[in-house]
Design a binder for this molecule. Structure first.
Ligand code: ATP
Ligand code: MG
Length: 395
């Protein structure tokens, strides 16, 4: 029965002079999400609102599901249009609407009319009263409550008349593309996909880098990361995923440095390489899935030592989250099932029994000197053999 959606957005409304840029980004992202739905749609911005009109048959459930993935959307209101054929006809249509949408009539309601065109022969107050009266007459069980109604029935008088009363919550946040771009260090775990989702939710476009170590890590592990990137791109839009061969660097560090320090030194090289790619691709920050104390390499001392190699800001949106809280989000966004597939991680294959948990920066730097110039060559080779793929969500 619905033929359109009114899209509500919250935070964009307060952006002053930049508001239209945000609205444009939002309309863009809505169009991107709708491309994945069956049917043809038109997206229009008018008077601080965005409308999605269905121009053909469409699948209601599917369309709502996709609109729910667009950051910046705070609410999705399915709309019924009525032609302006006089008030009688409108009242009939509204009564029919109430009947169809609320089969159970034990509800309270309030009519809220708005006139976007002032040449309508009745003012808003009159429309409220008259339509309210018509509904009460049609359904004796229904009651009016002007303070806390169960149903707020909106009537907007435009060229056509828009009827809506349902608001499905959107994800909130800011539209992707309204806040620059950052480079996500994406592994096959639970945390980093969630970290990417969270930063992107604030309007940041995401690129990603994955370090693999063939033959120690398998093609399946790599495919898992590509699959995770796909799932995340449902929200973020297309992701440029850089796949970096880390094997030689990892083996070389293993050969030259104390094994308890392997993880931390490796992580420093991952960050260095990620930052190089980030700077080459106009990313303004790095994103990781780290959270304080989760593992040895995420004690506050380890984080400080890892962070030391970076000049770009490193965003760690999960820093204060417990594992269970992160799992909850990953289930909600649909990455959990893939994340828990049991393929080996390049971080874990050479892990020492007792990794340092309180690394000292000076000691780490001294041991890194064992790596000499050769490490720079290996880093360069890794960058030169970057296998970049564009990842897009598909059902
Ligand atoms: P995750 O669940 O995201 O894998 P984790 O709990 O396993 O995180 P670590 O393995 O210590 O933690 O990794 C910390 C962060 O470093 C990850 O969240 C991710 O951002 C990044 N990272 C780790 N391994 C890789 C990798 N192979 N490629 C790219 N980034 C990685
Ligand atoms: Mg991991």
């Amino acid at each position: 029965m619905f033929t359109a959606f009114l899209i509500k957005y919250a935070e964009i409304g307060i952006k002053g002079k930049n508001r239209h840029l945000f609205e444009e980004a939002l309309a863009q992202q809505i169009k991107y999400a709708l491309k994945r739905c069956e049917g043809e749609f038109k997206v229009t911005r008018t008077q601080g609102r965005i409308y999605v009109d269905a121009l053909s048959e469409f699948d209601y459930e599917e369309t709502v599901e996709e609109l729910k993935t667009v950051f910046g959307v705070s609410g999705i209101c399915p709309v019924v249009y009525a032609e302006d054929e006089g008030f009688e006809k409108l009242a009939e249509r509204v009564v029919k609407y109430m009947d169809e949408v609320y089969p159970d009539k034990k509800i309270t309601f309030k009519v809220q009319a708005r006139r976007a065109r002032k040449n309508y022969p009745m003012d808003s107050m009159q429309i409220n009263c008259e339509l309210g009266g018509a509904i009460l007459e049609a359904f004796p069980e229904i009651k009016v409550d002007v303070h806390k109604p169960d149903v707020l029935l909106n009537i907007e008088i435009r060229e056509k008349i828009y009827i809506y009363s349902i608001e499905i919550p959107g994800p909130g946040g800011m539209p992707v593309g309204s806040n620059g771009k950052a480079m996500l260090l994406l592994s096959g775990g639970i945390d980093s996909p969630v970290a990417g989702y969270m930063v992107s939710k604030r309007g940041v476009k995401i690129d990603a880098v994955y370090f693999h170590a063939p033959p120690y890590t398998s093609d399946r592990a790599k495919q898992k990361v590509i699959d995770l990137a796909k799932l995340v791109s449902r929200y973020t839009g297309p992701i440029y995923l850089h796949i970096i061969n880390f094997t030689d660097i990892q083996l070389y560090i293993y050969e030259k440095c104390p094994h308890e320090e392997l993880t931390i030194i490796m992580r420093r090289y991952m960050m260095k390489i990620a930052e190089k790619i980030a700077k080459d691709t106009e990313c303004l920050g790095l994103i990781t899935g780290e959270s304080i104390g989760q593992v040895a390499s995420q004690t506050i001392q380890s984080l400080a030592v890892t962070n030391e190699v970076c000049t770009l800001p490193v965003f760690r949106p999960l820093i204060g989250f417990d594992k269970m809280e992160i799992v909850d989000i990953s289930e909600k966004i649909g990455t959990y099932e893939t994340s828990i597939l049991p393929y080996e991680d390049c971080c874990t294959i050479f892990v020492a029994k007792h990794p340092v948990t309180k690394p000292n920066l000076n000691v780490i730097k001294r041991h890194e000197q064992n790596l000499e110039e050769k490490i720079d060559e290996l880093v360069q080779t890794a960058l030169d053999t970057d296998e970049m793929i564009v990842v897009n969500w598909e059902k």
